[in-house]
Design a binder for this molecule. Sequence first.
Ligand SMILES: C[S@@+](CC[C@H](N)C(=O)[O-])C[C@H]1O[C@@H](n2cnc3c(N)ncnc32)[C@H](O)[C@@H]1O
Ligand code: SF4
Length: 452
Amino acid sequence: MEDYLYNKYNIPVPRYTSYPTVPFWEDDFANKVSWPQLVRDAFQTMEKKEGISLYLHLPFCESLCTYCGCNKRITTNHGVEEEYINYLLQEWDMYLQALGGKPVLKEVHLGGGTPTFFSPDNLRKLISRLLSTVTVAQDKAFGFEGHPNNTTRQHLEVLFELGFRRVSFGVQDFDPIVQKAINRIQPYESVESAVLNARASGYEWINFDLIYGLPFQKEDSILQNMEHMKALKPERIAFYSYAHVPWKAKGQRGYSDDDLPSDTFKRGLYELGREKLLEMGYKEVGMDHFALPEDELFKAYEKGELNRNFMGYTTTNTDINIGLGVSSISDIKSAYGQNEKLIPDYYSQLDNDGFPITKGVLVNQNNAVIRSTIKNVLCNGASVISEGIRSIMTTRQWDTLLDIEQDGLISLQKNHIQITEKGKPYIRTICAVFDPTVDITAAQQQMFSKSI
Ligand SMILES: C[S@@+](CC[C@H](N)C(=O)[O-])C[C@H]1O[C@@H](n2cnc3c(N)ncnc32)[C@H](O)[C@@H]1O
Ligand code: SF4
């Protein structure tokens, strides 16, 4: 990676899991709109008949991994499980009423927190009750996030019986020094045994989450991680950049900035990991993701059919994505809404028979055009530059796009943008050109003045 390009384009831009991005959502959204009416309208006018997607946020974890930026609640009291499940089901009942009809369910994702904090019996109770209220799509896609330290054979089997075929294990890093710093002691043997159990139970694909840029991470840590990937061969690997947000994730104050790799060293860790993954036969898919060539994520990418939502990259493409549980986000195409972030607030909204949605935003026509261009670039590395997006781009945005072309990161034709190999590491920055709320030139000047 050239230093010139890195210094110019490695600027802080959103991850674009939504457009408008979360900082532009309205705090008093819930008071301004009728969320159930929006949901009903979206369901009745839904273009894609393949069904809806459900994300369930299961927030509890037994111990705090200090690096973690997710919405979680640390407790060893498993008495909380039943109460939480009852509230989740109550929220789902409200959605069923709002939808006004029995939905076809295409995708379920259990995220967290730690879904496998919940006992297999409680997960069975939750999922079977949900499934009894829907028509399950023939080609359903059900998956869950499992912590390798507490995903038991029983968890895997119960969820398999209920239709789950995908499991994503949080691995992060195998280096004992890194694990100690992030308070996540997870020996290779426990990951290996989780993988063997998943394979023996019949799971079709396994994903690993790995992170680069963690405290005390060295090149040797990445090399060792990749050797383990060679042995365990998960179908997919998410190789995330560590997000350091200590003002939000207070656990990250457990180590100091000096313990973190420098920007340049972090970039080297990514390049090393990427090189090893490509050598092993993994293919790069969109941003931060790698998949084996026979995996359907890569096949969808090749066919230009990859999709991206709050659950990350997916092969399904549903218009209605409902998020249940504390802090969950729903995307119903015409609007986004986010649930209360604290468990007591989430419970008390439901106690008062209200939807627990707080902030959110309506997606107007211009925003829909920007969203679809950004999604195309993120998912396919290319997009048509439609009349719609042309008509709303400013001279400043065009100038930036032409500058990026000059640097060889994209090729531009009359109505089309294609990211080049050289441009792949900067895919987010390239997307940000279409986002009128980001001024790339100003951000570059700010970075430049910080570095001198
Ligand atoms: C909810 S967690 C995974 C499930 C389960 N709780 C576990 O820890 O195994 C989701 C993923 O978010 C990623 N993540 C969490 N905090 C992060 C951070 N600060 N920077 C980058 N990725 C992060 C990790 O890769 C993690 O596996
Ligand atoms: S990484 Fe997973 S287990 Fe650790 S605190 Fe975050 S959500 Fe919980």
